[in-house]
Design a protein around this ligand. Structure first.
Ligand SMILES: *Cc1c(COP(=O)(O)O)cnc(C)c1O
Length: 426
């Protein structure tokens, strides 16, 4: 297929044979029939590939995963039922009780809770570091039992652009993979594998679906991390799996080892499988991802420029603004644009922020982001509610921070709505 990403959005993942449906079919089925129990046994042993039960794999899910895999330039990919499941599986696939993770502190609140609270209960500890840390500070976070480094390419909602090379170098010096949640820029604007990232995750719920219709996630493996070279750290991949008659993923599945293990063990046992219909809808929305991202970015830029010159706003974060602290990193890692999300400060305290949101007419208040419809959220009062003021500070989410997700409407209408809502509180 074409190397050009807008073509991959449309054509990737599915090439029909003669007389087959031009668009990907939906296989809305739980199970698959075989004529011989012998063959079914081989599927269960992973000695032959094929479908037997949708909790593990489904052709519709795999078609859409293949498109996302091509978009990221990866070796293997899988879909999950949510972005949370994707990040959990991505880490838990290589971390056991007693292991340790190094993560950027500027990440989505849900992922922070997953790592900081729930995975801690499972005996997996994490050291959070500032994305702006020095090499020495990053180095100091590692322990002998560290198994992964984690961050977000553009942090939700802080809009901090991650310095991939700094984190990749540290991860690889310690013989562990670097995992990045690439939800905000999407592969249209950022291809983390080109900068040393080993594994990418997505909340497909956001721009990939883009129409507020399907919660979902994805994991893509570059296939570049050499598990066997660090065999002692990753016994789950490099020693035989007793639950599959002794297959050794890293030896038997090559660049698909990590995704095969996540499918065979984690999907089998946790069952966070997307419904085929959700994957099918999301897959259709992927066809317009390149077009939509261009418009989201164009609108983001125009709205950020409007807010940056408005005296009623105390500050604006948007990596597309030349004055932004992360502009240089954005130029380096995502030169064609970042995303349509902007954060900015509304002075005057919690009540004033709330009154501003309440005054908006077109832009809706929604626990959502990266949607065709513009929406806004007050993180300190909602998604990041559980965090202490200190943790809010670390996550880059101040008490005055408003997150605005610019949709694909006409930018002038988004600006007019913000303008009239600001007028109601000033
Ligand atoms: C929304 C989001 C998630 C979680 O995805 P869900 O589909 O809501 O579970 C993870 N990471 C980022 C960056 C997100 O924006």
């Amino acid at each position: 297929m074409s190397e050009r990403i807008d073509t991959t959005c449309v054509q990737g993942g599915y090439q029909p044979g003669n007389g087959e449906s031009r668009t990907p079919p939906i296989i809305q089925a739980t199970t698959f029939k075989y004529t011989s129990s012998e063959q079914m046994s081989r599927l269960f042993d992973l000695s032959e590939s094929g479908y037997f039960y949708t909790r593990l794999q489904n052709p519709t899910n795999d078609t859409v995963a293949a498109k996302i895999c091509e978009l990221e330039g990866g070796a293997a990919a899988m879909l999950t039922s949510s972005g949370q499941a994707a990040n959990f599986f991505a880490l838990f696939n290589i971390c056991n009780a007693g292991d340790h993770i190094v993560a950027s502190s500027a990440i989505y609140g849900g992922t922070f809770n997953l790592i900081n609270v729930t995975m801690a209960k499972m005996g997996i500890e994490c050291t959070f570091v500032s994305p702006d840390c020095t090499d020495e500070e990053l180095e100091a976070a590692f322990r002998p039992n560290t198994k992964a480094v984690f961050g977000e390419s553009i942090a939700n909602p802080a809009l901090i652009v991650l310095d991939f090379e700094k984190f990749a170098t540290a991860a690889h010096n310690h013989g562990v993979p670097f995992i990045v949640d690439n939800t905000f820029p999407t592969p249209i604007n950022c291809r983390p594998f080109e900068f040393g990232v080993d594994i990418v995750t997505h909340a497909t719920t956001k721009y990939m679906d883009g129409h507020g219709s399907c919660v979902g996630g994805a994991i893509v493996d570059s296939g570049n991390f050499d598990w066997m070279a660090h065999a002692d750290k990753f016994p789950g991949l490099t020693t035989p799996d007793d639950s599959y008659h002794g297959v050794t993923y890293a030896k038997d599945f090559g660049p698909a080892a990590y995704i095969t293990k996540a499918t065979a063990q984690l999907m089998r046992d946790f069952g966070s499988t997307p419904a085929p219909i959700n994957s099918w809808i999301m897959g259709m929305h992927l066809e317009s991802l390149a077009l939509r991202m261009a418009r989201h970015c164009e609108n983001g830029q125009k709205v950020a420029e409007f807010l940056a010159t408005d005296p009623r706003i105390s500050w604006v974060n948007y990596p597309g603004l030349p004055s932004d602290k992360y502009h240089a990193l954005a130029e380096k890692y995502m030169p064609n644009g970042t995303c349509g999300v902007i954060s900015f400060g509304v002075p005057g305290g919690r009540e004033k922020v709330s009154a501003f949101l309440d005054g908006l007419k077109m832009v809706s208040i929604a626990t959502h982001v990266a949607d065709a419809r513009s929406c806004t959220l007050y993180p300190a009062g909602t998604t990041h509610r559980q965090l202490t003021e200190e943790q809010l500070e670390e996550a880059g989410v101040g008490i005055d921070l408003v997150r605005l997700s610019c949709g694909i409407e006409n930018a002038d209408d988004i600006i007019a709505d913000l303008d009239q809502a600001l007028a109601t509180i000033n």
